[in-house]
Write a protein that binds this ligand. Structure first.
Ligand code: PLP
Length: 351
């Protein structure tokens, strides 16, 4: 661990992250290396937002997941996660995520009305924190229109916009950041999970440069600056993000996945959720989703579920998957679903 010391591997990572990720996207951030988990980075981001704005309230969204340490858990919506804490989960106000009440209600307008009204009872917020694609919450997605409204609202109220890229980032959405192309520049970005490119523990916080008001060693932590992870993270960026080859292949795979899932939706009547390489099938009941998951496992395929009840089957293929494996995986999922539907109805049924 390098902590706050300079190392060659840290410098190499910083250089390549700047030259291949930030600069081509016209982004300028300072990088903070926190403890190695996503939750560590979330804690740092929110703590900094509170320190800068001198406000305690943070607005988080329905179905959001931000980790299980105390501060991150307060931001997380999931009751199972939340009930693990007997400490009070405080200083967070919940707002409705994009599309929470269906397409006819614009929840960004709703939040604006609440925050613009000095008697609504909403305390001024240090930050809004959100995922552009909700990984655990059911693959709900924010549109660029919604996101732009939230960013404008944040700016109007001197509230910082924190985007949690822990799951949707590093190419998972089809672009390096999930907010790319949406005409929004977050004040703070939190990254982890895929960032080391090799499964090594690593997380980081990207700060708008003028927001860095940390005093030396103020936000401490022993396992910061994991040199092994810097080496692999640099290699991953060098290999996959040095030109647009990887992104082009990724976009072909995503097109195939999307087309396949749309076909499945038409045949089966189930809705498809998410975008990029994080899409899923809303199977409506956790029982069916569990059954499909089990059937997939019997076909040597590991698949997760997500959503409020675990009712969404969540496809999270490796970003480097080849076309043959992708087709094979999708075939197995269809088989598993067909078998589960037959089991459920007690009679042969094909989708
Ligand atoms: C996994 C995850 C976290 C928490 O990361 P940990 O490393 O498990 O602490 C936070 N936000 C999102 C969106 C995640 O998917």
């Amino acid at each position: 661990m390098s902590m706050d010391m300079a190392t060659t591997s840290k410098r190499s990572f910083l250089e390549i992250f700047k030259s291949k990720i930030l600069t081509p996207r016209n982004l300028d951030y300072k990088l903070q290396f926190t403890g190695p988990t996503g939750a560590n980075a979330i804690e740092a981001a929110v703590k900094l937002a509170r320190k800068i704005t001198k406000r305690t309230n943070v607005i988080a969204f329905t179905n959001g997941f931000h980790g299980c340490s105390l501060g991150a858990l307060a931001l997380t919506g999931n009751t199972t996660n939340r009930s693990s804490s007997t400490s009070q989960l405080i200083h967070v106000t919940r707002a409705a995520y994009a599309g929470y009440f269906g397409d006819s209600v614009d929840t960004a307008d709703q939040l604006a009305a609440l925050l613009d009204d000095p008697t609504s009872g909403y305390d001024p917020a240090a930050a809004f924190i959100l995922e552009v694609i909700q990984g655990e919450g059911g693959l709900n997605t924010a549109s660029s229109d919604w996101l732009q409204k939230i960013a404008a609202l944040a700016e109007r109220h001197d509230t910082l916009l924190i985007i949690d890229e822990i799951q949707a980032g590093c190419g998972r959405s089809g672009t390096f950041f999930s907010f790319e192309g949406m005409d929004v520049t977050p004040d703070i970005i939190v990254m982890s999970k895929g960032i080391s490119g090799f499964g090594l523990p690593m997380s980081l916080v990207l700060l708008r440069p003028d927001l860095d008001c940390w005093l030396p060693s103020e936000h401490n932590g022993t396992f910061r600056g994991n040199n092994h992870a810097f080496v692999t993270a640099r290699a991953a960026i060098e290999t996959f993000w040095k030109d647009d080859k990887f992104e082009t292949t990724l976009s072909e795979r995503i097109d195939y996945l999307t087309q396949h899932l749309q076909g499945l939706a038409e045949r089966s009547g189930f809705c498809i959720k998410g975008r990029g390489m994080m899409q899923g099938v809303d199977l409506r009941t956790p029982e069916l989703a569990k059954r499909v998951q089990k059937n997939c496992f019997e076909r040597n395929l590991v698949i997760e579920t997500c959503g409020p009840y675990g009712e969404v089957l969540k496809l999270l293929p490796p970003l480097t998957i080849n076309q043959i494996d992708l087709e094979l995986g999708l075939e197995r999922i269809e088989d598993a679903l067909t078998e589960a539907l037959q089991f459920q109805s007690g009679c042969p049924k094909t989708i």
